[in-house]
Design a protein around this ligand. Structure first.
Ligand SMILES: Nc1ncnc2c1ncn2[C@@H]1O[C@H](COP(=O)(O)OP(=O)(O)OP(=O)(O)O)[C@@H](O)[C@H]1O
Ligand SMILES: [Mg+2]
Length: 239
């Protein structure tokens, strides 16, 4: 199976070279666990490899995302300027919709700012798609509607040949009974946990599922530095 590099060399090494091409991955985690940064590495690598990329940003302004990426040494601006990276402005549409509803009543709300429509309009030559955060669209759906929707979004993007990273906040993920994990090809969970030996809080990555891939079920420790995600070598790798 062909792989698309994740933008994090140590992560590529853990999953047979990268995310499976034309499939969808899910990244979940509590606030601040690093979900967006994983997405930024993937987009930056896609851009430097000459792939057309799209970020559907539902909870941050594109300008803020570009600034955060730049602080990690991932300069996305030239790719935005050249049109190789498209950042879809969804946050403004959501907030405008909420303001309209507050002013004129719920009938004026542009419900859900239909993410499926956004996905359907992704141009055919786009190879890399990141949706950060898919959770905001799940909150007013029934479980069945959510499952149907994520399957449809997933199928639409896979049919277009896009390699997709769905980022989902942990609250929405739990509220939807972790159903998203069944729809996708593989999933990555990010967490911050206390190390029982040192008492220090550390960042961990867990890969509970990756179809067609030999994965380790061991947690991997990583940290976030000025150059982005860096994994610590496991005891086995040091030996
Ligand atoms: N330039 C940097 N240098 C070092 N650490 C950083 C830097 N930028 C961000 N971080 C760390 O990364 C964390 C945030 O990562 P990120 O934005 O990817 O989290 P997230 O999981 O997307 O959070 P949310 O659910 O709120 O969107 C920050 O809390 C901070 O600890
Ligand atoms: Mg984020």
């Amino acid at each position: 199976m062909e792989r698309i590099p994740t933008g994090i060399a140590e992560l590529d090494g853990k999953i047979s070279g990268g995310y499976p091409k034309s499939k969808a991955m899910l990244i979940t985690g509590a606030p601040g666990t690093g979900k967006t940064i994983f997405g930024l590495h993937f987009l930056y690598r896609g851009c430097t490899d000459g792939r057309k990329c799209t970020l559907i940003a539902t909870e941050e302004m594109p300008e803020d995302i570009i600034t955060e990426a730049g602080m990690l040494g991932l300069d996305l601006q030239p790719y935005v300027d050249s049109g190789q990276l498209i950042i879809e402005r969804v946050l403004e549409t959501r907030t405008e919709s909420t303001k309209m509803a507050a002013q004129f009543g719920a009938g004026f709300e542009v419900t859900e700012m239909d993410i499926l429509e956004r996905v359907q309009s992704v141009p055919g030559d786009v190879e890399v798609v990141v949706i950060d955060n898919i959770g905001v669209f799940s909150l007013d759906l029934s479980i069945k509607e959510f499952r149907n929707k994520i399957d449809t979004i997933n199928h639409t993007l896979c049919s277009k040949g896009c390699t997709t990273l769905f980022i989902m906040d942990e609250t929405a993920y739990e509220l939807t009974h972790r159903l998203a994990e069944y729809s996708v090809y593989g999933s990555i969970k990010l967490m911050i946990k206390e190390n029982p030996y040192t008492g220090r809080r550390e960042r961990y990555l867990d890969i509970p599922k990756m179809r067609g891939t030999d994965i380790s079920l061991e947690l991997s420790e990583f940290h976030i530095a000025s150059e982005g995600i860096i994994f610590r070598k496991s005891v086995k790798e040091i030996e």
